[in-house]
Design a protein around this ligand. Sequence first.
Ligand SMILES: [Cu+2]
Length: 378
Amino acid sequence: MSQNLIIAARGVAGLLVVGGLVAGMPIRRGKPVPVSAKLSEWTIQLSEATVPAGQVAFTVTNGGSIPHAFEVEGHGTEQETPLIQPGASATLTLTLKPGTYEVYCPVGENSHKKLGMETHLNVVSAPGATGASAYHREAGSEQQARSENGAPAAHDGMAAAVEPIRVTGGGAVIQILPGPFPFPDSAGPILKSFGVEHEALESQIQNGPYSNNVAPISGTFTFSAWDFGAIRDSVDGVAEFTTQDGARWKVVLDRVQTKDVPHHPKFGGVIRGLYYHGATGVHTPLVPTINSAVALWSIAHLYKNGERVTDNAYVHVMLLSHTRRDTDFALACWDCSKNKIDELQLQITPAPGEPKFDAPGGFLFVNWEGSASRPATN
Ligand SMILES: [Cu+2]
């Protein structure tokens, strides 16, 4: 998951506010200190990084394209706004003690937070605010620099996030062939929020890669993935399978792709523990709502019957909540997020501008229905 932009933005905000404090912080007179917050996919921008202790009046605006909310947590405080629709605003007035508070979007079981909608607010004692806040900002910058270097800084749970995960495909192996998406009515209203992309998605409803048109096949898939943040995410894995038409395919995953992917920015690389798709408004709704233990985007080497097809195949892998029935492998739920996480999906598509694969629909989509993961110890 890319963190570079977020870290840079925080750094700039911090410097500006330190400058303001050096110029002299007024002593509190009981009036709430106004702080404005702007929410969007996938950032939170605060007008202040540091405020004096006492009443703080947040005015929160959703400048994004899907609903968000705003939560302040720390030092016994845990308060949030209701859900804020795109273009709308909400206010939240809190009395805050000195300390550092976590400020984030609580939507999607913290998925929005993981995608970058998280920042911090420093609250300092009103008299002598200057020295204290400068100290806090320096400490904060140091922590961020360490995180950027990939070392396990004790900050935001990043130490836990750098453990690699090893995933092994198991259970029934199925190839998903083009066909209609079984939940068009549920996805319909959500598709509207996808703006210009919604046309391409409409055609996938008719004949897309997430259908009940399924063929049992055979194959193996094992990979390790590292969620280091920014440019250090990594993957190492191989999938081999024989499709319904008898072709033998091999996919070698040796690097992630960190560019934005269609249907929502700020995806790419490796991301652990995400609640998305379906009704969440995050990424395409043409997949039921699910939790994923790990999701990744890779640029892979693809071989067919021993011959190289491309070194530039686009691959999306998810180990996610079970979405299909065990008997006929039809999609069994629109909200599958409470199901056991044991379905491993491998989606392979040509890079933009490259020819379609010699497979139905021009893509390869294979599921391992009884898969497992464990921390990969070095
Ligand atoms: Cu949000």
